[in-house]
Write a protein that binds this ligand. Structure first.
Ligand code: NDP
Length: 292
């Protein structure tokens, strides 16, 4: 079994991005990312801080907005519009999920598609479906695809089962894998909570991508001998043996699944670091395009 070290691959990609940032700076452009958080969800707060920190490490400009939970829809949309017009900002990200009184799709639709580095705006969703070169692809599936390429896992002709059909991970993941070209050309099955005999469907996968948000749900009997497993899940569960009393686990029962795999990603240290690296990549792309 090979462990696919997402942290190491992400570090390598961040080094490449740093070089691109330096080149842009020589031309007078500093890629700028605005990250907006509404409310005080601790996990979201940690994600926002880590995005801000990575921007600084790469020499990029970053603006972090931590707004109170009582922020209204109108106030949030007004901020997004202000950032749309700000020439120092090339990427805008509104951390999900917002508090329930906020209509997330209305906020996403207010983002200028050219600054939508999360790839959630309908214009970018359509561009991903069309396979357009200037699409912003959601960072997590883009990171999974890049991880497969960097780990030398051939997707062409492979049967990939994507477990989960969310707009953030499962659906765009399936679209990327079925496109023509590197990291694509796969035969894709999308499975979800209504799939009949889920374990049997998953067992047909050469590559299994788990994105369901259920701790250690994918057991050894879901996995064919010699398969590649990409675990997108990030779940915090109780663990009395740690100082915090909790630990992070994926959607895959790593200990029993790993021995059957040709390669597998760990949690943490697999897909997570790739997601942030792809956000930086998208922001540099946005800056390059807007700079003309
Ligand atoms: P969602 O809750 O939006 O979607 C979950 C999907 O899994 C749905 O399609 C759902 O099916 C399916 N599902 C849920 N339970 C089952 C089940 N018992 N059997 C089969 N299918 C099931 O989650 P996300 O896509 O946003 O996230 C998935 C996981 O990935 C989470 O653990 C999340 O934390 C993690 N994540 C990690 C990121 C990273 O950077 N590594 C980034 C984003 C997410 P149905 O549609 O039928 O309800």
């Amino acid at each position: 079994m090979n462990l696919i070290n997402g942290k190491a691959v992400a570090q390598k990609i961040l080094l490449e991005i740093r070089t691109e940032v330096e080149k842009l700076k020589l031309r007078g452009h500093v890629p700028g990312l605005a990250v907006v958080l509404v409310g005080d969800d601790p996990a979201s707060r940690a994600y926002v801080r880590s995005k801000d920190k990575t921007c600084h490490e790469l020499g990029m400009y970053s603006q972090k907005f931590e707004l109170p939970a009582a922020t209204t829809q109108e106030e949030l949309v007004a901020l997004v519009r202000k950032l749309n017009a700000d020439p120092a900002i090339h990427g805008i990200l509104v951390q999900s999920p917002p508090p329930p009184h906020i209509d997330e799709s209305a906020v996403i639709e207010a983002i200028d598609p050219r600054k939508d580095v999360d790839g959630f705006h309908p214009v970018n969703v359509a561009k991903v479906v069309l396979g357009a070169e200037d699409a912003f692809v959601p960072c997590t599936p883009l990171g999974c695809q890049r991880l497969l390429i960097e780990a030398g896992v051939e997707t062409a002709g492979a049967h990939v089962v994507v477990l989960g059909r969310s707009m953030i991970v499962g659906k765009p993941m399936a679209l990327l894998l079925m496109q023509k070209g590197p990291g694509g050309d796969a035969t894709v099955t999308v499975a979800h909570s209504r799939t009949r005999d889920l374990a049997a469907v998953c067992r047909t996968a050469d590559i299994l991508i788990a994105a369901i948000g259920k701790p250690e749900f994918v057991k050894a009997d879901f996995v064919k001998e010699g398969a590649v497993v990409i675990d997108v899940g990030i779940n915090r569960v109780a663990d009395a043996s740690t100082a915090s009393g909790t630990k992070l686990v994926g959607d895959v029962a790593f200990a029993e699944v790993a021995p059957k795999c040709r390669a597998i990603t760990p949690v943490p240290g697999g897909v997570g670091p790739m997601t942030i690296a792809m956000l930086m990549h998208n922001t540099v792309q946005a800056c390059t395009r807007l700079a003309g």
